[in-house]
Design a protein around this ligand. Sequence first.
Ligand code: ZN
Length: 383
Amino acid sequence: MRYIIFLTLLPALFYGQALDPRKLFIADLHEDVLESYFSSGRDIEHYSPGGHVDLDRLRKGGVDAAFFVIWPNPDKKTSMFKQAVTILDTLDALLRRNEERTGLALTPEQILALKEEGKTAIIPALESGTALDNQLENIDYFYRRGIRYWGITWNDSPDWASSAQDESNPAWRGHRGLNDFGRKVIRRLNERGIMVDLSHSGEQTFYDVLRISTKPVIASHSSVYALCPHFRNLKDAQLKALAQNGGVVFINFYPGYLVKDFNRVYQAARKRADVIQDSLKTLGREAYNAFDRSAFILEKVKPLYPDYKTVVDHIDYVVKLIGVDHVGIGSDFDGISLTPYGLRDVSKMPVIIRELERRGYAAPDIEKIMGGNLLRVMAAQNR
Ligand SMILES: [Zn+2]
């Protein structure tokens, strides 16, 4: 018994008192909870077993600042601008219904004031260049609606900037990087104090923006290319350029962006499952229903499946390459189909803190990673 007590106390004796996730300021830069609400209709205000984020689970995970992403769907027929407005209206209504525990926060001061009151700060963010509708004054409109960062491309490219997906497609014939209008967009975002988010941008666009941006930029939900070579991740040279600019990369939790080859194996398993399901259709409903698609796919990716420590490997890599001032958390919860073991939803966020402590990170550095860097880069937009 004595040994058990001694062993339990040991980490506290060596590293001091463990950080309390409820006291620490925690920010998650990218949550697709509104898209999850629109596509599934699930309850995002109270604990629900589906999805990754709701207001109850944000509290449980100790998340003080959650960026709720406005993502208009390019596959829909309606205008991207109008879709974005509708999603913002829905968010406003959600916030009005939950004033006792959340609030819209538009500045670092407002975010911290809400934390003091024990409330979750919600900050709207846009993830679509096409939602601009090629009208610069729409930047002012979205600023007034509370947008505080703008992902200038999603996988699709607007007319004035190329996405990572398009730049990596050899068949793509559109404009590469920023054109003249794109440079005007960046200047206007800088003037307004909206953070430029380069997570889905192609490399050409990334460097074109860094050349002209007068403010630090962010990558709201990207991981490290050297650990997982995927077009959505940032290469070492990009990370170094980001540090020069004073910007921050917020690490994405998607296994396909964390583990080399995961995405290839996962996509192949999904295709194989499609083929199996097609062939079972001819054998009747019973045979078709007996096939467990997700179990089949999970079995194939099992040897590569990451846990929460892999997320911290990416954080660690960025810290060693460019320093602790340039990394944070951008889970992409509700925008990703799989999450690492130990991080099934936003309520599990404290496991990241525990793992950083286990690796010997000092409290001030953990504070920067978990939220301090966001406050700094956000404050720098209005200087
Ligand atoms: Zn995204």
